[in-house]
Design a protein around this ligand. Structure first.
Ligand SMILES: [Zn+2]
Length: 347
């Protein structure tokens, strides 16, 4: 007998694959639209929560959609259905679809978008691109009122990647856990919600040890050294990218590359510091391309879509493993209607 799955269970599975604490501060990840208590039997995975993808989910009997890019980046002041974002949110509600997203947390996660991009390119000796962004940690302690210790433990466990400790003290139980410092407000709110008489956490103190650093890009050695022009063609084939642009000397000899899926243009300074000869990414601005070439280095733009799309199959596999481990019957499909918004002009 398989276990029933709710949206909250899907959120937990997604959290194990791509912890939300890894997301950049400007990002918006997790639940976009939906009811956490709703049942989920079939999930569609896509890069963007656009109308075609949501219609595909409804047509194929899905009750949940997980996308890489968030539906909401800026708060909506009104649900004006002439605006695509409001219309897409309304479509989800009307068709009972839950929409979740894993964006920069999935970019950085072990086995996430950049890890899969590096893997598809056969990179070896892989290290992080750019400065490490260690997660600052805190230890928090909460007092659980009698009979509420399990609820308090459950809340703290959902924010912690380590063991939650409970200590009995007279009639009360003190529960301690290590959480990300940036989650403190959310931890307090969740505790008050789960155990209103606990008053949130009792105390929190910062730790000197940080959690592992996760990077928005990676650097590694390509299987065979090659020129920049060959690299652009080779990367295009490996990533099924229909249109690849490169900047820099076509005969530049490349042994190591930096990679950053999606809009990696903002990472060029990290690329300069990485010692790699070329940078493979998905969105490059004109002046960044000029600057890279002027420094005697190379940059390859495979397109935002091609640099990220390959990650959906890896995400499907990772979620399938999570569900199998918990004996949950949830089907996962990858969108077939989604396409690159850019079309190449014919000659
Ligand atoms: Zn992207």
């Amino acid at each position: 007998m398989k276990v029933q799955t709710t949206v909250r269970d899907v959120e937990r599975a997604l959290e194990n694959v791509a912890p939300s604490r890894l997301a950049e501060n400007w990002d918006n990840v997790g639940l976009m639209v939906g009811d956490r208590t709703a049942l989920v039997t079939k999930i569609l995975l896509a890069l963007d929560p656009m109308a075609e993808v949501l219609a595909e989910a409804a047509d194929s009997g899905c009750d949940c959609v997980v996308t890489h890019h968030p539906l909401f980046f800026t708060p909506l002041a009104r649900m004006d259905l002439s605006e695509p974002v409001a219309r897409e949110a309304a479509f989800c509600v009307a068709h009972g679809l839950t929409l979740l997203c894993a964006h920069t947390n999935l970019d950085k996660a072990p086995g996430g978008v950049n890890a899969q991009l590096a893997n598809r390119l056969g990179l070896t000796e892989v290290t992080g691109l750019g400065p490490a962004q260690p997660v600052e940690l805190c230890r928090v302690a909460a007092i659980a009122p009698p009979g509420r210790d399990k609820a308090v433990e459950k809340v703290l466990a959902s924010f912690s990647s380590r063991r939650v400790e409970s200590l009995s003290h007279r009639l009360e139980i003190r529960v301690e856990a290590v959480v990300a410092r940036r989650d403190l407000t959310a931890v307090s709110a969740a505790l008050k919600n789960a155990a209103p008489d606990s008053g949130g956490f009792l105390e929190a103190w910062p730790l000197l040890n940080h959690e592992n650093a996760f990077h928005l890009g990676l650097v590694g050695r390509i299987p065979e050294p090659m020129t920049l022009s060959d690299l652009a063609r080779w990367a295009g084939r490996r990533l099924s990218a229909p249109g690849v642009k490169s900047a820099g000397d076509p005969d530049l000899w490349v042994k190591r590359v930096a990679v950053c899926a999606g809009s990696g243009g903002g990472m060029v300074k990290s690329f300069y510091a990485s010692g790699a000869q070329a940078f493979i990414t998905g969105d490059v601005r004109y002046h960044d391309a000029r600057d890279v070439a002027a420094r005697g280095l190379g940059i390859v733009d495979v397109g935002h879509y091609a640099s990220e799309r390959l990650a959906l199959h890896g995400l499907a596999e990772a979620l399938a493993k999570e569900f199998a481990r918990q004996d949950r019957a949830v089907d996962l499909i990858v969108s077939e209607r989604e396409h690159d918004p850019f079309a190449l002009a014919g000659a």
